[in-house]
Design a protein around this ligand. Structure first.
Ligand code: NG1
Length: 598
């Protein structure tokens, strides 16, 4: 039997032209379930097909259903190029640092090698032997799509070069598993040693740095116990961590830390985790640090590939598509500039991040009530998302086939029409939903800390759908010009979308801060085509679309007009970190074998 993969116009190298077109009348679960999402055909022979919907994870072989991962097992050995299939693949194992760092940014490799050597030496010194392996996960920069992942709308991030490395020696456990978690920067991050209880959760300390490791550990144990039984005890581990993603700097150091830790625990326990499973477990793990996290950071950290942006869909289920970075003449660059205003999500979540999650969730359920729609729970942080409401509403209006941007236009208008109050109190929302305030609080305020008594439902919902529309426009511009150079008009269009995101974050979602606004204004004045905050905001980081020939001008202007002015005592090291130009980097990997002999 000859196997070939066909999907999205790409092939695995077998000449698809020789194969007949898949027959559209073959029944497809995505239609049965009224789910959108693309379909893929896998052609077994010229007359038999597999049809797979990456969104629902179903594969149909005539009437024989398989899960995607089982299917991939069957296809082992074939080079499958479809993103849908790649998702079910395991996290890659690499035996050379070149596979991760070379070309990421010119000249990065020697620096990374020396950092890696330092980690291995420190590990050796602390534990008397080399680690068995190193788990690695990078930070990310979000190009466009801010604060919409937890409403289950698409976003476009990519991994950066900065990452978290977790070096591990696996030890046999006696009756109890013990963890020794050290950091190469032991003055700032003192070593933590603890036992893993035989039942129940690993205990989290109050704002303790090792919580991020514990979060990954907790999530992994949960998965392993589900698979191997409640009595499963994880292996004891000696761990040494080295991270260079700035903490609280908007490049998602927390997701890099949690993803690398979860990957380390899974590998230590002999579990070859798929990227999809790692993603699922890391999203849940990170919530145990006290934040209603969306899924973008973990997705970008795990799935990114060198040279590509990662278009992430979260509805109805996660899927990812690798989009090439735009080409232009002169070449364009994403410049990342820190504000050095630290916004620690785990500390400020109650009045910032979590409050926004509650606001958009209340917007979703309120809108659903206005249209007499009962929403089924979805995978968003509080179970009800604006994206799900959109889906149900379009079905009800018979507009399910409309293109995404047209659906979003409808959403924009109806949010303005229906959510008319400048803000809503708990009592207002409870009245609309026809429930008691106590029931409202139980459903939407009890999972995590939330501070806030008034909720700007129209503003928050408008930001979400308008931003979702900008993401679609941005991605369409890149996809429709794949392989071609973008002209000046197209570049200005992309830049304008980024600028509009910043305006909306500042005025509508209220997640910017004066320092970020300042940086964006300086960068634009000196040649950036588009400038915006990236990540959660309220400080953190900015991203700028800059033609290569303007990078120096923007950099110098930011040093003079922002950093020297606001932080005259900034050390040379910090100044060095302030502005980064990182090409889209590689996602999570396990580093083993020869690579450890540095
Ligand atoms: P940061 O704080 O930059 O890591 C957070 C969320 C993302 C997303 C962005 C806003 C976590 C781990 N990350 O990013 O999921 O919602 O804010 O777009 O909570």
């Amino acid at each position: 039997m000859r196997w070939a993969a066909r999907g999205n116009g790409k092939t695995n190298g077998v000449n698809n032209d020789e194969l007949p077109e898949p027959k559209p009348q073959i029944s497809c679960p995505c239609k049965q379930n009224k789910l959108s999402g693309r379909c893929y055909w896998l052609i077994l022979t010229p007359t038999s097909y597999l049809r797979c919907n990456p969104a629902t994870k179903w594969i149909m072989v005539a009437s024989f259903p398989l899960q995607v991962h089982e299917f991939c097992e069957t296809l082992k050995g074939l080079e499958i190029v479809d993103d849908s299939i790649r998702m079910a693949k395991g996290v890659p194992k690499v035996t050379s640092l070149d596979e991760i760092y070379s070309n990421a940014t010119d000249g990065a490799l020697p620096e990374q090698k020396s950092r890696f050597r330092h980690l291995i030496d420190s590990f050796n010194k602390a534990n008397g032997s080399k680690p068995d392996f190193v788990a690695r996960s990078p930070g990310r920069v979000n190009i466009i799509g801010e604060h919409i992942d937890y409403s289950l709308y698409n976003v476009l991030p990519t991994a950066v070069l900065n990452d978290v490395l977790v070096a591990v020696k696996v030890k046999e456990s006696s009756s109890e598993s013990t963890m020794k978690v050290a950091n190469t920067n032991d003055t700032k991050y003192p070593t933590a040693e603890f036992h893993v209880p035989q039942e129940g959760e690993v205990h989290m300390g109050e704002h303790d740095w090792s919580n991020y490791f514990k979060a990954g550990l907790r999530g992994s144990i949960h998965v392993l116990r589900k698979e191997r039984g409640d009595n499963f005890q994880p292996k004891s581990m000696d761990v040494m961590i080295d991270g260079n993603v700035p903490a609280g700097g908007g490049l998602s150091s927390s997701a890099a830390f949690v993803c690398a830790s979860a990957l380390a625990v899974m590998a230590a326990n002999g579990h070859e985790v798929s990227k999809q499973d790692l993603l699922d477990l890391c999203i849940v793990s990170e919530r145990s640090v006290g934040v209603y996290s969306g899924g973008m950071d973990q997705a970008a950290s795990i799935f990114s590939e060198r040279g590509y942006l990662l278009y992430c869909r979260f509805f109805p289920e996660f899927s990812a598509e690798h989009v090439p970075v735009p080409a232009a003449d002169p070449e364009i660059t994403f410049l990342i500039a820190q504000s050095f205003v630290t916004s620690d999500k785990a500390v400020t979540a109650a009045r910032h991040y979590n409050l926004r999650v509650v606001e958009v969730t209340l917007a979703a359920v309120t809108l659903a009530k206005f249209f007499d729609i009962t929403l089924d729970p979805d995978s968003s942080s509080l179970g009800f998302s604006i994206r799900n409401f959109q889906e149900e509403l379009m079905k009800k209006l018979g507009k399910g086939d409309l293109a995404e941007d047209k659906q979003l236009d409808i959403m924009i208008n109806l949010i303005k029409e229906k959510l008319t109050q400048p803000s809503y109190s708990r009592a207002n929302v409870a009245r609309i939903l026809e429930i008691e305030v106590s029931a409202l609080e139980k459903a939407y305020f009890s999972k995590f800390d939330v501070e806030g008594d008034t909720f700007k439902l129209q503003q928050r919902a408008l930001h979400v759908v308008e931003e979702a529309r900008r993401v679609v426009a941005f991605k369409d511009t890149l996809s429709s010009n794949a392989g071609k150079k973008l002209n000046q008009d197209q570049l200005s269009y992309l830049g304008d979308l980024m600028n509009k995101t910043q305006d909306s974050c500042r005025d509508v979602y209220e997640c910017s801060c004066p320092e970020i606004d300042d940086i964006c204004a300086i960068a634009r004045k000196n040649g950036a085509i588009g400038s915006r905050l990236t990540g959660a905001g309220w400080g953190g980081c900015t991203v700028h679309l800059v033609p290569q020939n303007k990078v120096e001008g923007v950099t110098q202007a930011l040093k003079k007009e922002y950093y020297n002015k606001n932080f005259p005592d900034l050390s040379a090291d910090k100044m060095e970190d302030a502005i980064v130009i990182s090409k889209p980097g590689q996602g999570s990997s396990l580093i083993t074998g020869e690579a450890l002999n540095v």
